[in-house]
Design a protein around this ligand. Structure first.
Ligand SMILES: *[C@@H]1O[C@H](CO)[C@@H](O)[C@H](O)[C@H]1NC(C)=O
Ligand SMILES: *[C@@H]1O[C@H](CO)[C@@H](O)[C@H](O)[C@H]1NC(C)=O
Ligand SMILES: *[C@@H]1O[C@H](CO)[C@@H](O)[C@H](O)[C@H]1NC(C)=O
Ligand SMILES: *[C@@H]1O[C@H](CO)[C@@H](O)[C@H](O)[C@H]1NC(C)=O
Length: 633
């Protein structure tokens, strides 16, 4: 080496030496700069906020850069900041600044704050990405299914690992039409799926008019409009008492949810559901209209509702073969129907005479008799040329015991799974409580009265009453006025950890509806929620929810994340919340300052506007930002 160097000097290769030194300097520079934390592109593009009164704090937040392709640090150790940013006086200055118009939040300070903690997001790819529903669009899993006979391909098959991409917006996406106008018209560009217009042309489910879809209230069985149909039902069986006795109902295969939408005027809340199928986007239409709806299917698994929940179940030509598989689908309805509750079946076997319909009817008669359901009405409406039958579920097990044959058998309660979450359908009847169960009080008293399914523990009632008072006060004193939320833009609300449904109950007089989610790892309070006259589902927030992107205006998460992040990664949950939430929508988190500190940088990396109030409420507002919009700058 030395010889060679000497040779180089001897041979006067000065240009080579010069180049060698340049290289050395360059390499040294690279080594030094690599030992610094990575700085992401997004950070550099964020403008400092001139309104912020906070001096750029010296961030002691741990340097966890959670970059998509780098899977370790973010998953196992979400950045728990030891910085006192939020506990310091500057935090309260921010809150005050935020409440006066609700929009002036510290995004600039945020960028300075956690510039090392940015998560770099990517858009979901593919032609279906704008409507991506991870657990229903998992084509790899669906292709591997051995059977589709029982709609297995419409059931949940969640990708593993969870996706971390963000769904793109449809071209021309606009802030949704506000409620109540949205019930009758929505932006075409927000749900640009014209198939249903063609497919159901004669039935006037939905019509395209200029930039809008219009919903005239038609439906296969609603030839004189849905209101007329609803009136006919109550005339047929007055004891139904819409909005008083009958409050919580399920609409199976609901079309564009006009039935549920119309019943809202009568104080009836309807969970409408349908699978994601060739009736393109019907549930997406429903939610865009501001009508409660969810994607689900009666296939091989139980619906994610508790036993004895619904006052009434409705199916108008809903394309479920109730008598298939020894009647398992109908036994599932029996499970979730309240004792004494009604099933309205409006379908051709009830009123047509061709052989096929007659056979279905015969088999339905045998099945319903074996389940002790009684026919309380059967009718044909000349004016609309449709007919329906109304069955009633028994109120006690006496009829089951008096059957000649115990077929279907009674379920063995001890061996049943407690929560209907990925649970196979039963082929048995759930025994009914011995004493004649009382129907809940009339609506609206039902909301506050002691729910029947409240646990028998002595302090349960006290806890329930306390919970009601607590939420009522918190909602009126903090949520409605103190968090800078524009409630008149809020229609579809999800309580991600609903408990007894106290949050929903406190919002009952607002023009919105709440989907109450009881996470599968929390105590099972969903029966209480239904007893109160509210709707809800079970869900595991470590997986994606069965809903289209951009379907909720406000997500509420009270004390949810501590338990949740023990099992899954906060970043994935954030990606899912971003998927569900509409641009302009809110996330409201009530939690400890530790959780809020952990959540903040993740939400900021989504370019949400963040505001923290009283060290325990985090309000995030999603806007129209999508990753590529920035990176391409
Ligand atoms: C992510 O991390 C897990 C566990 O640390 C590892 O098994 C997996 O292969 C990693 N995936 C990628 C894409 O790096
Ligand atoms: C259902 O829950 C009860 C108590 O809550 C428990 O004892 C029982 O083992 C559970 N059954 C199943 C099948 O998980
Ligand atoms: C609140 O939302 C409504 C409905 O979207 C909108 O018309 C109104 O301008 C909003 N108010 C504010 C202060 O942003
Ligand atoms: C967390 O999970 C435990 C055990 O399931 C439960 O008792 C508790 O209520 C849950 N919630 C919180 C906030 O800890």
């Amino acid at each position: 080496m030395a010889i060679e160097v000497a040779g180089i000097f001897k041979e006067r290769k000065y240009p080579f030496i010069f180049a060698f030194f340049l290289l050395l300097i360059f390499v040294t520079f690279l080594l030094i700069s690599n030992s610094q934390p990575p700085i992401s592109i997004t950070t550099q593009l964020t403008q400092p906020d001139p309104l912020s009164s906070t001096p750029p704090p010296v961030s002691s937040a741990s340097r966890h850069s959670s970059i998509l392709s780098n899977n370790e640090s973010a998953i196992t150790n979400p950045p728990v900041s030891s910085s006192s940013n939020d506990g310091s006086p500057s935090a309260s200055t921010r809150s005050v600044a935020g409440t006066d118009n609700g929009e002036r939040v510290e995004i600039g300070a945020a960028a300075a704050d956690e510039e090392d903690d940015q998560v770099v997001w990517e858009l979901c790819k593919g032609p279906m990405a704008v409507d991506y529903i991870p657990c229903l669009d998992n084509m790899n899993a669906i292709k591997k299914l051995r059977s589709r006979r029982h709609m297995e391909h419409r059931e949940r098959h969640c990708p593993d690992p969870n996706p971390r991409c963000l769904v793109p917006l449809p071209d021309g996406y606009k802030v949704p039409v506000p409620w109540p106008k949205s019930r009758d018209m929505i932006w075409y560009s927000n749900v640009p799926h014209p198939k249903l217009v063609e497919y159901k042309k004669d039935q006037r489910w939905v019509v395209k008019q200029d930039d809008y879809f219009i919903f005239p209230g038609g439906g296969t069985q609603f030839k004189n409009g849905v209101n007329h149909y609803i009136d006919s039902i109550e005339k047929t069986l007055p004891v139904i008492g819409w909005g008083k006795k009958t409050r919580v109902i399920l609409d199976v295969g609901c079309g564009v949810a006009s039935f549920g939408g119309s019943l809202l005027d009568r104080n009836v809340i309807t969970m409408s559901f349908a699978p994601k199928d060739e009736h393109e986007a019907q549930i997406q239409f429903a939610l865009e209209r501001g009508i409660p709806a969810t994607l689900s299917v009666i296939g091989t698994q139980k619906l994610t509702f508790p036993d004895n929940a619904y006052d009434l179940i409705h199916c108008a030509r809903c394309r479920v073969h109730w008598d298939a598989d020894g009647g398992k689908p109908l036994m599932e309805l029996n499970r979730i129907l309240r004792p004494g509750g009604y099933f309205i079946w409006s379908a051709t076997p009830v009123y047509r005479d061709d052989d096929r319909d007659k056979n279905v009817w015969k088999s339905m008669v045998a099945l319903t008799e074996s389940m002790c359901w009684s026919v309380v009405a059967k009718t044909y409406f000349d004016s609309s040329q449709i007919g329906l039958v109304i069955y009633q579920k028994p109120v006690s097990s006496t009829c089951y015991q008096n059957r000649k044959k115990s077929e279907p058998p009674l379920c063995d309660q001890a061996s049943r799974r407690n929560i209907s979450w990925y649970a196979p359908l039963d082929s048995c009847l759930v025994p009914l409580p011995g004493d004649s169960p009382k129907w809940p009080s009339s609506w609206p008293e039902r909301l506050g009265d002691k729910p029947r399914s409240l646990s028998a523990e002595v302090d349960a009632e006290e806890t329930f009453k306390g919970d009601t008072t607590h939420w009522s006060a918190l909602v009126s004193e903090v949520y409605l006025g103190g968090l800078g939320i524009n409630w008149s833009s809020v229609r579809n609300v999800m309580d991600m950890n609903a408990g007894y449904g106290g949050f929903a109950a406190a919002l009952i007089n607002q023009p919105l509806w709440v989907m109450n989610v009881v996470p599968i790892h929390e105590p099972d309070t969903l029966p209480v929620i239904f007893d109160r006259g509210l709707i809800g589902i079970y869900h595991d927030w470590c997986e994606s929810l069965n809903t289209y992107p951009r379907t909720y205006d406000l997500l509420h998460a009270s004390s949810l994340f501590k338990n949740l992040t023990k099992r899954c990664d906060l970043i994935e949950v954030a990606a899912e919340m971003d998927r569900i939430l509409r641009p302009g929508g809110y996330l409201v988190v009530q939690d400890t300052i530790e959780i809020i500190t952990e959540l903040k940088p993740v939400l900021k990396s989504l370019h949400w506007l963040i505001n923290v109030h009283q060290d325990q409420f985090l309000v995030g507002k999603k806007d129209f930002w999508r990753p590529d919009a920035k990176i391409r700058v």
